[in-house]
Structure formats: structure tokens, C-alpha cells
Design a protein around this ligand. Structure first.
Ligand code: NDP
Length: 299
């Protein structure tokens, strides 16, 4: 995987088409206009192109007309249903273009889009967006890409204008894999955090002050994440956070404490179940990372 960051205005900017002018598509088109790209825009609700036209973009009457205007076509729509509808209306006009789809979606949708483009003589890059519209055009927004390597290399300097970028490989689904995994980690972490806030509030502790202390203690997590990643890759799971035998001894107290103050204990019960399962299998001397072994079969 290669990662690069935005490097300021591009001197010899080219032509780009942007399909979709919601909050994100508008931020992308606006950034391209501001960096000197000859930008053609199209949106289902045509009125949304007005601010961009005022800024210097050209509005096309149809998606196919917009696609015809530029060698590089960026799509940023609500979801895959919208992408299918818009690309359906473009159809053969995509031949010879590089199609960059930044719409959120699954790996299988990305792979289907890649086939669609290839069958029509276009190159396909799938990209995902990992932050909000105000960060577009800064290094503080990440765009993972996957798909055509030659398309990525040919348009890397343009893509860098949007933010920090990383190329994950020729399989068009890999950017979506990265996106979904990153989003999943965020949700899992944050729902755990919300449970902890519920717990401390139930005990009369100030939740904002507790949040400050947690913000201070999460700096210890990056080394732990790296060592867990290595442990899972090697299959050797040393007693990170102590052995499972020791960790499991705490779980009943964790669960009963939550239940005694009326806080949902479902997540702790799941952790305990996994630890007990591992210990019963003779792996009690291993660490937390060894729970990984049980996660594939629990669908
Ligand atoms: P918006 O709701 O602001 O815009 C949605 C866009 O999709 C509009 O251009 C809308 O057109 C178009 N659209 C919806 N359905 C259709 C359809 N059937 N046919 C044609 N066009 C359609 O969403 P965002 O711009 O915020 O998001 C765009 C993508 O970016 C999403 O996939 C989102 O997950 C992703 N993203 C957004 C982030 C954010 O914070 N906003 C952060 C990270 C990713 P119309 O104007 O006519 O309704």
C-alpha cells in the first residue's frame, strides 16, 4: 500500500468531471475548481450546480454530457442505487475514461462497478472518504483507493488535491474493505465508550471529566493495536493484558457491577463467553489477541 498527502495547488491542472453535488460532491468539485481544474459538474437536481458555476465550473445538462467533457470522471452520490442509476444513463459515454467512484459502498459493489467500466472500455478506481466535507482539500481527510494501478498513477496528483490518499491494490474491492473495517473499529470503540459513560454516570461520576481521562489514556492503545496485529498474523498470542485465565477472573465482577446499577452488560457477557471458550480449549495462558481464533465461526 502506498500513502501520500495533499501537496498544495497543482500547477498544470487538467479537466475533471464531478457527478453528484451533495455536500461531499460539492466540496470535491469546489476544491478542484479552486485548485485550477477545468471542472464540469452534473447533479440530478440541477440547481445545486449554481454555486459551483459561480466559482468557475461548467454545468452539463446530462450525466453523459458531463462524462464526455473530461478524461477523469469522479462520482460521489448517495449510495450504490444512485450510482447504478446515473451510470446506467451514461453507459457507452464512459468508454476511454477513468471512472473514480467515491460513493460509500461494499467491496462487492466496487467489484461490480469495475466490471461495468471494463466492459465499456473504461478504467475504474474505487475510492472511499474517511472524514467530513469541510476537510476536503486538506491532509486531514483520507481517501483509500483500489482498482486500476495505471489509472491511479496517471491521476495521483489530481487525487492528492482532495486530501491524503492511499492505494490498496488492483482488486477494486480493497478500498471498501479498508473503509468498512475502519468504520467498524470506530463504531465498536465508541459503543464501548458509551457503555462506560452510562456506567460512570450511574455511579454519580461526571461523564465529561471521565471522557477527559479516557482521552488521556487512549494514547497507550497504538502500541497495543500493533502488538495484537502481529500476534494475530503470527498465530502466537502472548499474554497481552495478562493471560486469559487472569482476565476472565474479572469478568463476573464486570458483568454483575453493570447489572447491579442497571447498565446493559451484553458486550461484557460476549467477551466473557469468548474467554471461557478459549480457556476451555486449553488456551488460558494466551492473551486477549487469541480471541481472534473464535470470531470466524460466530456469524
Ligand atoms: P448528500 O445527501 O448531500 O448528496 C447525495 C447526492 O446523491 C446528491 O447529489 C443527490 O442528488 C444524489 N442522488 C441521490 N440519489 C440519486 C439518484 N437516485 N439519482 C441521481 N442522484 C442521486 O450526500 P453526501 O454528498 O454527503 O454523500 C455522498 C457520498 O459521500 C455518500 O456515499 C456518503 O456516504 C459519502 N460520505 C459522506 C460524508 C459526509 O460527511 N457527508 C463523509 C464520508 C463519506 P440530488 O441533489 O438530486 O438529491
Amino acid at each position: 500500500m502506498t500513502t501520500t498527502t495533499t501537496d498544495g495547488p497543482t500547477a498544470a491542472a487538467g479537466q475533471v468531471t464531478v457527478l453528484g453535488l451533495g455536500d461531499m460532491g460539492s466540496a470535491i468539485a469546489r476544491t478542484l475548481v479552486d485548485r485550477g481544474y477545468r471542472t464540469t459538474v452534473w447533479n440530478r437536481t440541477a440547481s445545486k450546480s449554481a454555486p459551483l458555476v459561480d466559482a468557475g465550473a461548467t454545468a452539463a445538462a446530462t450525466a453523459a454530457e458531463a462524462v464526455a467533457a473530461s478524461p477523469l470522471v469522479v462520482v460521489c452520490l448517495l449510495d450504490s442505487t444512485a450510482v447504478d442509476e446515473v451510470l446506467g444513463s451514461v453507459d457507452a459515454a464512459i468508454a476511454g475514461k477513468v471512472l473514480v467512484n467515491l460513493t460509500s459502498g461494499s467491496p462487492s459493489q466496487a467489484r461490480a462497478n469495475e466490471r461495468w467500466a471494463r466492459e465499456r472500455g473504461a478504467e475504474y478506481l474505487d475510492g472511499k472518504i474517511m472524514r467530513d466535507p469541510p476537510y476536503v482539500g486538506t491532509p486531514n481527510i483520507m481517501f483509500p483507493f483500489s482498482g486500476s494501478r495505471s489509472a491511479f498513477e496517471a491521476h495521483e496528483s489530481t487525487l492528492q488535491v482532495l486530501g491524503s490518499i492511499a492505494y490498496h491494490g488492483e482488486d477494486a474491492g480493497l478500498a471498501a474493505v479498508e473503509f468498512m473495517a475502519q468504520v467498524a473499529v470506530a463504531y465498536e470503540l465508541l459503543i464501548g465508550f458509551l457503555h462506560a459513560l452510562r456506567l460512570v454516570q450511574a455511579e454519580g461520576v461526571d461523564v465529561a471529566e471521565f471522557a477527559e481521562r479516557i482521552a488521556g489514556s487512549v494514547v497507550a492503545y497504538p502500541p497495543l493495536l500493533l502488538s495484537i496485529g502481529k500476534a494475530v498474523k503470527s498465530g502466537e498470542c502472548p499474554p497481552d493484558l495478562g493471560s486469559l485465565n487472569v482476565q476472565a477472573a474479572l469478568m463476573d465482577d464486570m458483568i454483575s457491577h453493570r447489572e447491579s446499577i442497571g447498565v446493559e452488560a451484553m458486550r461484557m457477557r460476549q467477551v466473557k463467553e469468548l474467554m471461557d471458550d478459549r480457556i476451555a480449549g486449553g488456551h488460558g495462558e494466551q492473551g486477549f489477541s487469541s480471541l481472534f481464533e473464535l470470531l470466524a465461526k460466530r456469524r
